[in-house]
Each structure stands twice: as C-alpha cells, then as structure tokens.
Design a protein around this ligand. Structure first.
Ligand SMILES: [Zn+2]
Ligand SMILES: [Zn+2]
Length: 108
C-alpha cells in the first residue's frame, strides 16, 4: 500500500519543494536568457558581459597594445597571453593605447 509513502512525499515536497523548484526554474531561465548586443547582434549569456562588450569592444578599434611589438587587441587578457607566448621572459604588462592618447591630448 502506497498511501503512507505518498503522504510522506507530499509533506517533504511542501517543505522543500515549491520554493526551491521556483528558484531553480528562475536560475535556469536566467541561464538560458541570451542578451544580444544592440549594435552588432553578438549574443551574450550575461548582461555584464554585454555591458563590457558595449563599453570596451563593440564598434571600437582594439585599444590594448603589446609593449614589444605591434600586436593590438580589445582585451588585456589577450595581450598577456600573447606576451607569454611570443615574448617569453619579458615583463607582462599592457599598453592602453586609448589612455595613452588621452593623456597626450590633455598634455598638448
Ligand atoms: Zn556589439
Ligand atoms: Zn608582442
């Protein structure tokens, strides 16, 4: 006879089930949500990625330069990876071209 088992399950479900399931559903929904860039349509899973992309990457020329060669990219992490790969033994730092240009502009 399954009656007592069912009763038990209902009670546990009532205790943990509803809220937790709702939270899980919310979580999965937010995970599956895609935020396309309004400018270029590139899809992002997280709003902060999209915000970063809009602020630093979308429609902008690459602003981070390798200090040892002409390599330029939109992300500082790319420069660091590039230095480790192409200039082993060199100090790893990033030249921010935009900030450099702005500094020169205020000086001039
Ligand atoms: Zn974009
Ligand atoms: Zn380089």
């Amino acid at each position: 006879m399954n009656f007592s088992e069912d009763k038990h399950r209902t009670r546990t479900q009532r205790r943990y089930g509803a809220n937790r399931l709702a939270r899980m559903a919310q979580h999965w929904q937010s995970c599956r949500q895609i935020y396309p860039c309004p400018k270029c349509g590139r899809p992002f899973e997280w709003t902060y990625n999209l915000q970063y992309h809009l602020k630093f990457a979308c429609g902008q020329s690459p602003r981070f330069n390798c200090p040892y060669c002409a390599f330029r990219t939109k992300h500082t992490s790319n420069v660091r990876a590039h230095i480790r790969r192409k200039h082993p033994g060199s100090e790893v730092y990033v030249v921010d071209v935009l900030a450099w240009q702005q500094r020169n502009a205020t000086l001039a």
